[in-house]
Design a protein around this ligand. Sequence first.
Ligand SMILES: C[S@@+](CC[C@H](N)C(=O)[O-])C[C@H]1O[C@@H](n2cnc3c(N)ncnc32)[C@H](O)[C@@H]1O
Length: 190
Amino acid sequence: MRSAMRYSHILLTEALSEGGVAVDATMGNGNDTLFLSQLLEDQGQVFAFDIQEQALQNTREKLTENQAPENTTLYHLGHEKMEEVLPEDIQIQAAIFNLGYLPKSDKKIITLPETTLKAFEFILNHLAVGGRLVCVLYYGHEGGEEEKNAVLSYAAKLPQQQYQVLTYQFINQIHCPPICLCIEKIKEEH
Ligand SMILES: C[S@@+](CC[C@H](N)C(=O)[O-])C[C@H]1O[C@@H](n2cnc3c(N)ncnc32)[C@H](O)[C@@H]1O
């Protein structure tokens, strides 16, 4: 069976098609940004966000080292503010969030429930039918449990006529095994 992270990539791959638009809401070391960039090739677009300059530097290096297609735009900006920079009429096929802190850096700089859910709202409002918001939740750190509960409770209340929501997790592992959450839009709101 795939890890939560590997499974998140499968869910993203299934939602993306040629010329599609993807968002990496938590760029970090750029692993997901690179993955999306390579998947979408030159016709697609990837918009990536992080609040730490270090994340942008790491991601830039990763994209260059791997000769990624020139289809990425990196924003040094909180994902809760993505509406300030993304086109109003954007149609997003796939978005990825990795909640928690940047590995090997300051464990105090973490994603937070309020800003995470504000970004979820923007993504869901701009998700194409068949598009997916995928979120890998790490919650072993201080504040992580609170964010996990807020995100799962928000997702569980989404109307089933409009969204399919699943979680994927190994339930017999120690140390807070990550959860992969996927929200797929099946119908526009009318
Ligand atoms: C678990 S890491 C992401 C790992 C990343 N996906 C990768 O491939 O390496 C979480 C990231 O979220 C970032 N972050 C925290 N709050 C944020 C916010 N409001 N907007 C965007 N990024 C944020 C942190 O700086 C950190 O780099």
